[in-house]
Design a protein around this ligand. Structure first.
Ligand SMILES: Nc1ncnc2c1ncn2[C@@H]1O[C@H](COP(=O)(O)OP(=O)(O)O)[C@@H](O)[C@H]1O
Ligand SMILES: [Mg+2]
Length: 243
């Protein structure tokens, strides 16, 4: 169903002092894939993303993107190669409009005359065409998240890392977010971190489960949901994990 392996982690790990946030993770993502990454708070999901995007340097192991080792590259170089990240922390320019924030995300390689079309298309897809000239500071929480997903749509990275894109959203907003993520998969292989099991169920694709810096299970939603180790680690205390 999917293409070749484009992103690969081998024995990837990082320690902060005595804390082994990510231990020795082997992970593969194929072109066209939409992969969910789940696990309790503190499992190492965000740290794993930071290792993939170059914001952290690993204490062990390697990351390979389309056959090229990324370990010695800086975050901006990795971003230019085609790994885009939507962080948990908001990263919009507050005083700039929705359209301007999207325009900034269009890669340098796109011809100037094509930029307005690209921006207009993304505004339609994220459902914010009416708000295109509003400063981002005036947007509601969900709308801001969609602008950030719109930046990924505008930049079309080969791999998109989305850290909790539906955090703090209502159910209806989450449904729209799933649609936007599906749109992103037209151009990008996607890894999406989410806490909310309903969200993971809606996406319905392959799931990787993290716990204490390790991958403890991988498979379909049904497979991982039935895995005793996963139930003990995550589902069993779902109500105690925050969004
Ligand atoms: N910069 C850091 N310095 C020290 N410890 C960190 C740092 N970043 C993350 N950690 C620790 O690493 C572990 C994994 O954190 P994180 O990747 O944020 O988990 P998750 O995203 O799955 O909730 C936690 O124990 C966290 O406290
Ligand atoms: Mg996190």
């Amino acid at each position: 169903m999917n293409g070749e392996v484009i992103l690969k982690a081998e024995g990837l790990g990082i320690s902060f002092g005595g804390v082994h946030a990510v231990k020795a993770v082997d992970f593969e993502l194929r072109a066209g894939e939409l992969r969910c990454l789940i696990g309790p708070n503190g499992a190492g999901k965000t740290t794993f993303f930071r290792l993939l995007s170059g914001q952290h340097k690993p204490t062990r192991g390697t990351v390979t993107f389309k056959g090229q080792t990324l370990t010695s590259l800086l975050p901006y170089q990795i971003s230019r190669l085609g790994i885009g990240i939507k962080t948990q922390v908001p990263s919009l320019f507050e005083d700039m409009t929705v359209a301007e924030n999207l325009e900034l995300a269009v890669p340098h390689g796109v011809h100037a005359r094509d930029i307005p079309h690209r921006v207009a298309e993304v505004l339609e897809r994220i459902g914010l065409a009416d708000l295109r000239d509003r400063p981002c500071a005036e947007l509601a929480h969900g709308q801001r998240q969609w602008v950030e997903l719109g930046q990924i749509l505008a930049s079309r990275p080969a791999v998109a890392l989305l850290d909790e894109p539906a955090a703090g959203m209502t159910h209806i907003e989450s449904v729209k977010t799933v649609e936007i993520i599906r749109d992103i998969t037209r151009y990008s292989a996607v890894i999406v971190v989410e806490h909310d099991m309903d969200f993971i169920r809606m996406i319905g694709d392959r799931v990787t489960v993290f716990e204490q810096g390790e991958v403890i299970a991988e498979g379909s939603f049904q497979q991982v949901a039935q895995d005793p180790q996963v139930r003990a680690a995550y589902l069993g205390r779902k109500e105690t994990t925050d969004a």
